[in-house]
Design a binder for this molecule. Structure first.
Ligand code: SF4
Length: 319
């Protein structure tokens, strides 16, 4: 299978572009120093793209979702909606998006919202709540509900970071498959390689996607549409430690007949140590992968669960 480089949309200020209202940036080191080597960025700055320029007056989000000037009467909501409409054809080519936290245009969660003058709202100039979504990101997530979207602050959490990156690479592989002249056999091979990875996230989604693959052939377009949706939604479920343990034990079960007793005991002990939080996920995964490769078991060795993204990112060292 040809590995495809993920295409990732990003708030430009996170890559160090000086596009903030004050001419500064909000460079995110994980993106620029670690992830950049493995992905292709599609950067945007919604406020600059709607013509506000740099530097520019500050904007704020209102409780009714409008994006307006902090001081003055300007309402930029229509311009953002038009930008979203122009950009949306390109969103289908993306494997994910990283947005700037708390921005009234780009934030994903917890953006401060100010009074739109609705009955009962405070009038002292303070936010009415911190439950908003930036105007541009709201349009993005409404148009692409299955696209992995994260914000820079949450990427500091090792679990959220690993989950997001895993989804980027899985989306890219599926995009690579479906954008070519694929056959039902290609989809079967893709699903077979991803089976344990999907199962670790969502066993029900794994069964559902397997059913779509089994029925593949009637309408390629409909099959692709259904598989893409179920695959994305299954991977959007964050795997618990228990689900990882189930997946590791499943891999162990596929290998055990080919292993001697000391190897089996060593693996079981390592999986138990991961379950108890004594060793990171990277350890049992590396051992299982090693045994699968050395015993020449291609079905197991080829499982994306054991190799979901470039190892150099070392994200499972912290799970
Ligand atoms: S948060 Fe979004 S709108 Fe603000 S500077 Fe960054 S990219 Fe531009």
């Amino acid at each position: 299978m040809v590995e495809v480089r993920p295409r990732v949309g990003v708030s430009g200020c996170l890559l160090g572009s000086p596009v903030r209202y004050n001419g500064g940036h909000s460079r995110c080191r994980f993106l620029t120093d670690e992830l950049a080597e493995y992905v292709q960025w599609a950067q945007t700055c919604p406020e600059a793209e709607i013509g506000l320029g740099v530097p520019r007056p500050m904007v704020r989000l209102l409780s009714d979702g409008r994006l307006v000037a902090k001081d003055g009467p300007a309402d930029h909501s229509r311009a953002v909606a038009e930008l979203a409409e122009r950009s949306s054809p390109g969103w289908g080519e993306l494997d994910g998006f990283v947005v700037k936290a708390r921005s009234p245009s780009c934030g994903l969660f917890g953006v401060p919202r100010y009074s739109a003058g609705l009955p009962g709202e405070r009038t002292d100039g303070q936010p009415v709540d911190h439950r908003g979504r930036g105007a541009f990101t709201a349009a993005l997530t409404a148009a692409c509900p299955d696209l992995p979207v994260e914000e820079d602050g949450r990427l500091n959490d090792p679990g959220l970071r690993e989950h997001f990156v895993e989804r980027l690479f899985a989306h890219a592989r599926l995009r690579g498959l479906l954008s070519g002249g694929w056959s039902a056999g290609d989809l079967v091979a893709f699903h077979s390689r991803h089976e344990l990875q999907i199962m670790a996230h969502d066993p029900q989604g794994c069964r559902e996607s397997g059913g779509i693959v089994a029925r593949a052939g009637a309408s390629r377009e409909e099959t692709a549409r259904q598989y893409r949706r179920v695959f994305a939604r299954a991977l959007a479920v964050r795997p618990s430690r228990g689900r990882h343990v189930d997946a590791l034990q499943h891999v162990f079960g596929l290998l055990s007949a080919r292993l001697n007793r000391p190897c089996r005991l060593d693996l079981l002990e390592t999986i138990s140590a991961f379950e108890a939080g004594l060793v990171p996920l990277s350890l049992p995964v590396a051992l299982l992968r090693h045994h699968a490769v050395s015993r020449e078991l291609p079905y197991v060795a080829g499982q994306t669960y054991l190799d979901p993204y470039p190892r150099e990112l070392r994200l499972r060292h912290y799970l």
